[in-house]
Design a protein around this ligand. Structure first.
Ligand code: NAP
Length: 250
């Protein structure tokens, strides 16, 4: 059992992260399911994995808080004793606003969770996986967004900018650790049916956007999870620094 690889998914309790956790377990990974506050949702993911014969544990921690990130990785070390993959998935949007209306508090929260949190988690993962640090190698997938390309005008340019940073993190870190056994890639989801739209005050956003999507429909979390698992699989062994759009042509 200890030979079974371990994946940490930040924001693994709901939406895209939950789909990644469930698919990872079906593909033979042991899974650390991070969440911020919804313990019930995280436990439901863990229970589903265990009911199917897999191994998972829920770990509470706000990726917008450096001490929480330290504690989350320490919990992974204690529970599993190894780490082979990180999915930097936790992320937030905010209410639609123009840039000329945004407060410094909003911007700092957005960047702390979406950008600083992802970079700090990547650093922890590299310290455990890089051959330079005595690790056996591994892989990271960062969840960006098509917003990084489109810019999300009049909705959340700050969010789009945070995802632009995720794209740049992916390129830079992939080159930094390419010779150390660690691959780093990203996914840019388009409009995916999850709770995130309601959290940004636009509960019908996924359905409303359908006519603007070349495939004429929003995506499902499962379709993003399939791409994440591919990038973490041996089949992607020569892929690093890639950013894959999973967006129905958007
Ligand atoms: P979601 O349904 O709102 O789920 C968010 C998940 O992240 C939950 O598990 C939540 O935990 C967790 N989370 C939120 N803030 C956190 C924090 N500070 N620390 C740790 N965990 C935190 O979101 P989603 O739509 O699946 O989005 C996942 C990722 O995909 C995000 O990075 C998002 O930007 C990106 N994305 C989504 C779409 C889309 O259309 N859905 C499009 C492009 C990119 P709790 O359950 O505890 O709240």
């Amino acid at each position: 059992m200890t030979d079974t690889p371990v994946m940490l998914v930040t924001g693994g309790s709901r939406g895209i992260g939950a789909a990644v956790c469930l698919l990872a377990a079906r593909n033979g990974w042991r899974v650390a399911v991070n969440y911020a506050s919804n313990a019930q949702a995280a436990e439901a993911v863990v229970e589903k994995i265990k009911a199917a014969g897999g191994d998972a544990t829920a770990i509470k921690g706000d990726v917008g808080n450096a001490a929480d990130i330290d504690a989350m990785f320490a919990a992974v070390d204690r529970h599993f004793g190894r780490l082979d993959a990180l999915v930097n998935n936790a992320g937030i949007v905010d209410m639609p606003q123009r840039v000329d209306e945004m407060s410094v508090e909003r911007l700092e929260r957005m960047m702390r969770i979406n950008v600083t949190g992802s970079i700090l988690c990547a650093g922890h993962a590299v310290r455990r996986m890089s051959t330079k640090h005595g690790g056996k190698g591994g892989a990271i997938v960062n969840i960006s967004s098509m917003a990084a390309i489109i810019g999300s005008p009049a909705q959340y340019v700050d969010y789009a900018a945070s995802k632009g940073a995720i794209d740049t993190l992916t390129v830079g870190l992939s080159r930094e650790v390419a010779a150390e056994g660690v691959r780093v890639n990203a996914i840019r989801p388009g409009v995916i049916e999850t709770d995130i739209h309601a959290s940004g005050g636009l509960p019908d956003r996924a359905r409303d956007m359908a006519p603007n999507i070349p495939m004429q429909r929003p995506g499902q979390a499962q379709e993003v999870a399939d791409a994440v698992l591919y990038l973490l699989s041996p089949g992607a062994s020569y892929i690093t620094g890639a950013i894959l759009n999973v967006s129905g042509g958007r």
